[in-house]
Design a protein around this ligand. Sequence first.
Ligand code: PBG
Length: 325
Amino acid sequence: MTFPKTRLRRLRYNPILRELVRDTQISVDDLIYPMFVCPGENIRNEISSMPGQYQLSIDNFISECKNVISKGVKSILIFGIPENKDETGEIACQENSIVQKAIKEIRRQKLNLLVIADVCNCEYTKHGHCGTIIDGDVDNDLTIKTLASQAVSLAKAGADIIAPSDMMDGRVAEIRNSLDKSGFIKIPILSYAVKYASAFYGPFRDAAESAPKDFDRKSYQMDFANSREAFREVEQDLNEGADMIMVKPALSYLDIIYKIKEHTNVPVIAYSVSGEYSMIKAASQNNWIKEMDIVMEIITSIKRAGADIIITYHALDIADRLNNK
Ligand code: PBG
């Protein structure tokens, strides 16, 4: 049938009907909120390149967790800013390392939150790289040992999910083995499987104080011009025991999210990263765009592309919007 019998606009006049025929729905259940925890007391440092996001000391972090819960968001991803840094990231493997302390406090206060612990060394090394440097290169096989010990230590502190974000080869297998040996057979691994070397991480590196010195991350994170390589990364990580996989960043990588979703049967998580957030904030502070309309459109597009779950710094604002506040 063609026009005039077919009129596609018929389904668009009534707002209730529009909602009824909508394919993609966003719910607070789809969202993960990233947070930054730092040492000290009563600290709430706004991150200059990420307005509305903060480095929080544990006391304020816990209050913010309560705020997150009150909005209906149930999952957080934690990054730590340590007091001191070292060469290998071992500083992140102690019982009293910053993220471990924060997680223990969440557990002590019995907050009903799903706690995802990012596992990486870049926030903890003086050189800002995701592993141990040998001869001017991040040494893969040494680094995965440090990541596994960080993972076990985070699981001991009470993390619900371990999320390695370093992009070393073989780290999922190493982490799975170590978790299992330490009795954490029930803790899932959310692998940052498809993580591109991206300029969109710029503001995060201010937030986490993790910018790499001397050389960039292109020898371990993926080349943004590649798409088929994403399948190899996903295949490897699933073979090694990843339970869920991530594509990161999100907005410039909707094609990758779509392909990975078609290709796999595990939950696909998309990380809408700091640069995506900061661009929206900057434009809306200039009144060039309507912030929440743009946010909802972008987040919906990420879900429409195939993401089951979205990590976003806008999570609390989206929750307010969904709750009609
Ligand atoms: C750590 C890590 C990074 C991000 C998450 N985990 C930065 C990087 O790889 O440089 C980026 C998150 C964001 O930009 O919001 N490896």
